[in-house]
Write a protein that binds this ligand. Structure first.
Ligand SMILES: Cc1cc2nc3c(=O)[nH]c(=O)nc-3n(C[C@H](O)[C@H](O)[C@H](O)COP(=O)(O)OP(=O)(O)OC[C@H]3O[C@@H](n4cnc5c(N)ncnc54)[C@H](O)[C@@H]3O)c2cc1C
Length: 378
């Protein structure tokens, strides 16, 4: 059978791709392949920005986390410095075994077919794409949503960009970290931070991650040790430890043209400041799915995807790259924390940049510069 759209990977990016396509063209034949059975776990901090649900509502998916408790408080710390504020909008902390399963069920309810299959290679032909591994599958358009170690990206001959490594576990929530998301930045190499995100059910997602330097891959023991250095006691009673790579976004990004598109982690779209990637996975999935549905019989869905993604995320990626470069300096990071403590507008701006598609406001930059020059509140 020739499918209109074959999506490889059923995480947030893949499920969103199917949803985006079927919202435009409900009659489309959409096959989603994943090497794992759902529900499945995925190493993640489980922090989900409210903007993710705004995007999903656009394709009629609502109520996914109605039974979960949102988190309003965010605490950012480094050494002796800290800011602790309510976020303008609440975020959610939902285990991926739950969130991803619900999302892929929504895609199935919209008409997508989910099949367990590990994909090995693709063959791009004149008017279709052959997907290898297991049963041979053919699609008019193929979307690679297969995560950090994307087989589709590799088959296209594209290299992975800068990468971080992080380890997460689940540990009982102590009273002093309840009802909040806590991030403690490292004192030495940047970007690096430990986190504790309260799930609201007595457990927290805790972990530590850092950007990888050439030739050096920290061990699991080292990652756990750093978590304990920055958030003492965070790993006590912890279980289900799982590590994974985070492909970070950069200054420029060129989603593919033609019949094969990459979305989410497969496209290397994790925020280099915060390690957040679910928003970009869902945003690019929806855009690629819509582009596929509109152009499926006309050749180049990648062109529309490229234009719409550049419009939504181009400036944002340039600003996050700039912010990530600046905050490699501990002094700038400290100035950002102080400015956020002084003025909630700076805090809100940094949250928008860190979690979704925000851009740096010049007023925020001025406040940070003021702190750097020692003219802020002591
Ligand atoms: C420790 C850690 C903490 C993080 N914390 C956060 C956070 O708090 N908030 C946030 O927003 N982001 C966070 N991220 C990033 C986030 O997890 C990713 O950005 C997100 O999972 C990307 O979704 P995706 O659908 O692109 O990929 P994935 O969720 O990785 O899904 C890819 C899917 O493809 C399937 N697959 C892979 N290869 C094949 C193949 N060959 N054939 C078939 N199927 C295949 C996999 O089984 C998987 O289901 C974190 C990442 C890590 C590692």
């Amino acid at each position: 059978m020739l499918w209109d759209l074959v999506v490889i990977g059923a995480g947030p990016a893949g499920a969103a791709t199917a949803l985006g396509a079927l919202a435009v063209e409900p009659g489309l034949s959409v096959l989603v392949l994943d090497r794992q059975d759902f529900p499945r776990d995925k190493a993640c901090g489980d922090g989900i920005a409210p903007q993710v649900f705004d995007l999903l509502a656009e394709v009629g998916v609502t109520g996914l986390v109605d039974d979960r408790t949102p988190v309003r408080r965010l605490s950012l710390r480094r050494g002796e410095l800290g800011v602790d504020r309510l976020m303008a909008r609440p975020a959610w902390v939902v285990p991926r075994a739950v969130f991803d399963h619900r999302l892929v069920e929504a895609a199935q309810a919209a008409g997508a077919v989910l099949r367990k299959q590990r994909v090995r290679g693709i063959d791009v032909r004149a008017s279709s794409v052959l997907v290898g591994g297991g049963d041979e599958v053919e699609g008019r358009v193929v979307v690679g949503a297969d995560g950090a170690h994307s087989e589709v990206r590799r088959a296209l001959g594209l290299k992975a960009g800068p990468t971080a490594l992080a380890l997460r576990g689940y540990a009982p929530t102590p009273p002093d970290r309840a009802a909040q998301q806590v991030i403690v930045f490292g004192m030495a190499r940047q970007p690096s931070y430990a986190w504790s995100f309260d799930r609201g059910d007595g457990w927290s997602n805790v972990g530590y991650g850092e950007q990888l330097r050439a030739g050096r891959q920290p061990t699991r023991a080292e990652l756990l040790a750093q978590l304990e250095v920055l958030l003492p006691g965070a790993s006590v009673g912890g279980e289900n430890w799982r590590g994974h790579q985070l492909p970070l976004s950069g200054w420029s990004w060129r989603p593919q043209r033609g019949r094969v598109m990459l979305v989410g982690d497969a496209a290397g779209l994790i925020n280099p400041m915060t390690g957040e990637g679910i928003y970009y996975a869902v945003a690019t999935g929806l855009l690629a799915g819509r582009a596929a549905a509109r152009a499926v019989r006309r050749g180049d869905p990648g062109l529309e995807y490229r234009r719409s993604a550049a419009k939504l995320l181009g400036q944002h990626f340039r600003h996050t790259t700039l912010a990530a470069r600046l905050t490699r300096s501990g002094r700038v990071l400290d100035a950002g924390i102080k400015a956020s403590a002084d003025d909630h507008r700076v805090f809100d701006n940094l949250v928008e940049i860190g979690l979704a598609d925000g851009v740096l406001h010049s007023a925020s930059l001025r406040q940070v510069a003021k702190q750097l020059m020692g003219r802020g509140t002591p």
